[in-house]
Design a protein around this ligand. Structure first.
Ligand SMILES: Cc1ncc(COP(=O)(O)O)c(C=O)c1O
Length: 391
């Protein structure tokens, strides 16, 4: 007899990851593709961090479990870093180390909401939010944002939406748009959430990768906020799977218990590497200078190539491009671009199920040479194919 599959596990495909796997395969088979689809740094950890991790491995072959919320040493180091970066005091007892920020997201949702509660996400947004919420039987309301608010929510927009929700997720700098919520607005959003009893989750995955102004943490403005951070972006530790979650004091014990039962503990060797990486922030800032140079290359070249409607891109390593003058089927557009021009981007439907068919995400975490090559190829392709695309 056929056995049941749960309804809640029937979440959408994470197209960006499918796309990543498909492009990997094509490049392995010898195709010449410039990658602007991947949401990960082109750098690894600094050499000294690698050497330290190797040393730890040779000193301790067991690499057993650590405390569920991570090594005390690392939690204290993260707390010191938060103080240094934002001038905000956070007790290490409120910090949990996670295997990337993705498990932190699951724990945040589990600790703050029940099945049937409603969370607002501001589209375009990181695809995993909606998929994870669906899998946890939490309802989603979309708050659409556009260029007029820099693809970010404002307290006014939340108020005007007229929607009722128990939680709100924000992400600044944003994936997929690279835009930021400025400090004054962030304070207003925190205040609005506190006034309404809405639990705010601030995904600060791309903090550290900002070009004009640093991003401010929501921890500064509310004691009720849950903040998610990762070592995958600024710290360039993507495959080491390291992140951290900061929760309100009264939630810390819940996070500990959830972590014990869901994940036991984060990877031990990666925690050692994460601890060490805080000694090498200068090198990481060098990576950021590289992304900024890439951003500048594309910001100059893409409009000349025919992509004129780009997000502000003041952080992360993404542009969000409005391609409505070329298509209303972003997936086909991106497929044609990789097949015919040899440039890979991610279709906007991943980030905005309702409006994403006329947008795409461009990641500039690669080499400077690739940025020039991509802009040339896109320019040639659009100038020869644009009419056919529109037809
Ligand atoms: C906004 C945002 N949050 C969270 C994540 C999850 O990253 P990780 O699990 O590697 O920390 C990503 C990854 O791309 C992201 O873009």
């Amino acid at each position: 007899m056929t056995q049941k599959l749960s309804l809640r596990s029937d979440v959408s495909t994470f197209r960006a990851l499918d796309n990543l796997a498909a492009v990997n395969k094509r490049i392995k088979a010898g195709e010449d593709i410039v990658r602007l689809e991947a949401g990960q740094p082109c750098f690894g950890v600094p050499e000294a961090v690698l050497a330290y991790a190797k040393e730890r491995l040779s000193l301790d072959k067991l690499q057993g479990y650590t405390d569920a919320l991570g090594m005390q040493l690392l939690r204290a180091r993260i707390s010191a870093y938060v103080h240094q970066r934002y001038d905000v005091e956070v007790d290490p007892g409120r910090i949990g180390v996670t295997a990337g920020s993705s498990p932190g997201l699951v724990m945040a949702f589990l600790a703050a909401f029940d099945a049937g509660d409603t969370i607002a996400v501001c589209t375009p947004t990181y695809a995993a939010y909606m998929n994870t919420l669906k899998a946890l039987d939490i309802k989603v309301v979309e708050i659409p944002t556009g260029p007029e608010t820099n693809y970010q929510p404002t307290a006014e927009l939340l108020e005007k939406s007229g929607q009722k929700f128990d939680g709100l997720i924000i992400c600044s700098p944003s994936n997929p748009t690279g835009t930021l919520i400025d400090e004054a607005e962030l304070q207003k959003i925190c205040q609005w959430c506190d006034d309404k009893g809405v639990r705010l989750i601030s995904d600060e995955a791309y903090h550290g990768i900002t070009y004009e102004k640093p991003a401010q943490t929501a921890l500064k403005f509310s004691k009720n906020v849950i903040v998610l951070n990762t070592f995958s972006k600024y710290f360039a530790m993507t495959g080491w799977r390291m992140g951290w979650i900061t929760v309100p004091e009264e939630m810390a014990v819940r996070i500990k218990r959830l972590s014990e039962s869901l994940y036991v503990s984060p990877p031990t060797i990666s925690q050692h590497a994460a601890y060490k990486i805080f000694d090498h922030l200068d090198e990481l800032d060098g990576y950021v200078a590289h992304y900024k140079a890439n951003r500048d290359i594309l910001r100059d070249a893409l409009p000349k190539a025919g992509l004129t409607k780009l997000s502000a891109a003041n952080g992360a390593f993404y542009f969000y491009a409005d391609i409505s003058e070329y298509t209303n089927d972003a997936e086909s557009f991106c497929r044609a671009m990789v097949d015919e021009a040899g440039v890979s981007c991610t279709a906007g439907v991943d980030f905005d199920p309702t409006r994403g068919n006329t947008t795409m995400r461009i990641s500039y975490a690669g080499t400077a040479e690739d940025m020039h090559k991509a802009a040339d190829r896109i320019g040639n392709w659009l100038s020869t194919s644009a009419k056919a695309l529109r037809a």
